[in-house]
Design a binder for this molecule. Structure first.
Ligand code: ATP
Ligand code: MG
Length: 355
């Protein structure tokens, strides 16, 4: 900053201002990146992150991230190829978090490749697979497990100029887990590395069907619209995430943080779906199921979320009328699937547990 100031006041130095300002900016930028990465890690570890679920087109996200990465790739003479499916894919997940994962994988691919190319490919079957392949230096087998650790960076004999703190993949690992996705990699030293992100089918919105110029959206989201959901969950982050997901799809969500307020809500109103965490601060969640069976109030789907999935607990909860028991940890995608699943008669033998 001092140099910039000096250069500004000295006409002879004036031509250097843009360059100095750029380097100042770059330094500040990398410091800000580091601090925000560390903060993000801490936040992710303390569970203080919300999932902000929306529906969005995957193509646009990939286009934007490739465009971003192209600046660095051009500088090194690398090309980035995109192989995307012809039909657009829509996802139903946290866009910002997914974007962050793809951005870091792309930036790594460019950073650790000196020659050749980077290819981003998206394959849609039941799930969606995004692979980012480079022709770079590769990662030796013994380091494959470590690269997701905080601050782990391989020494790169050829190029030590590459900056970074070694936090990108540590953050990715946590983001991928919180999204309910999986990330795998294959690498051959000296040949290249391929990271593959698997987005499970629960996070894939069905494509719009174009019919005679009219576009009809066939989306299971329609079936969530208007559902009256009683959500009983004491963990604030989980509660807000589920609330956000469901109200985003048009459900009317009543949220209760403990058993007492859940019972109060049941007295006041009727519901189509009950989403019940068994581990409540003031009572065992089965108290809520007891009350339902006593009052005879009918709820279309009763989904129980439990940290305890032992068979005796499961059958106790089933006996109290739960339609489905989800063992913790449970992703938003599984909750969504559980709500959408029709209550199936063959499922009434107490064996419908999804884990
Ligand atoms: N595509 C790749 N090819 C070769 N090595 C890789 C690749 N991606 C990651 N690595 C190795 O894994 C390490 C950790 O990656 P990570 O993204 O966490 O950190 P970084 O890119 O060095 O720094 P940051 O992401 O914090 O800027 C890298 O330093 C590198 O040694
Ligand atoms: Mg990185």
């Amino acid at each position: 900053a001092e140099l910039v100031e000096r250069a500004t006041s000295d006409p002879q130095q004036a031509h250097r201002v843009p360059e100095l300002a750029r380097s100042l900016w770059a330094n500040a930028r990398s410091l800000v990146d580091l601090v925000s990465d560390v903060l993000d890690l801490t936040r992710l570890d303390s569970g203080q992150t919300d999932l902000h679920v929306t529906e969005f087109p995957l193509h646009e996200l990939i286009d934007a991230e490739v465009f971003q990465a192209e600046a660095a790739a051009d500088g090194k003479g690398l090309t980035i190829a995109k192989v995307l499916p012809a039909t657009p894919v829509k996802l139903l997940t946290d866009r910002t978090k997914l974007k962050r994962v793809i951005a870091n994988l792309l930036s790594n691919a460019v950073k650790f490749t000196e020659r050749g190319s980077v290819q981003v490919e998206c394959v849609v079957r039941d799930d969606v697979r995004i692979s980012i392949a480079d022709t770079g230096i590769g990662i030796p087998g013994e380091a494959l497990n470590k690269i997701f650790d905080e601050f782990f960076q391989l020494r790169n004999p050829e190029r030590n100029r590459e900056k970074g703190a070694g936090l990108g993949l540590a953050i990715c690992r946590r983001l991928v887990a919180s999204l309910g996705c999986t990330l795998s990699l294959e690498s051959v030293v000296g040949t290249g590395t391929t990271f593959t992100l698997i987005i499970p089918k629960e996070l894939v919105a069905r494509p719009a069907i174009v019919d005679g110029g009219m576009s009809a959206e066939i989306d299971s989201g329609d079936r969530i619209k208007g559902l009256r959901v009683l959500l009983v969950e004491d963990n604030e982050v989980a509660r807000r995430a589920v609330e956000e997901l469901l109200s985003g799809e048009g459900a009317k969500v009543t949220a209760a943080a403990d058993g007492r307020s859940a019972l109060a809500s049941l007295d006041k109103a009727e519901f189509d779906v009950l989403l019940l965490d068994l581990n409540l601060p003031d009572m065992d969640g089965t108290g809520v199921l007891h009350r339902l069976s006593e009052s005879g109030q009918l709820i279309g789907r009763k989904i129980v979320i439990s940290g305890d999935a032992r068979p005796e607990r499961v059958s106790q909860v089933k006996a109290l009328g739960a339609d489905e028991i989800l063992a913790k940890p449970v992703s938003l995608a599984r909750i969504r699937t559980a709500i959408l699943k029709e209550t199936d008669a063959s499922d009434q033998n107490g064996f419908g547990t999804t884990t």
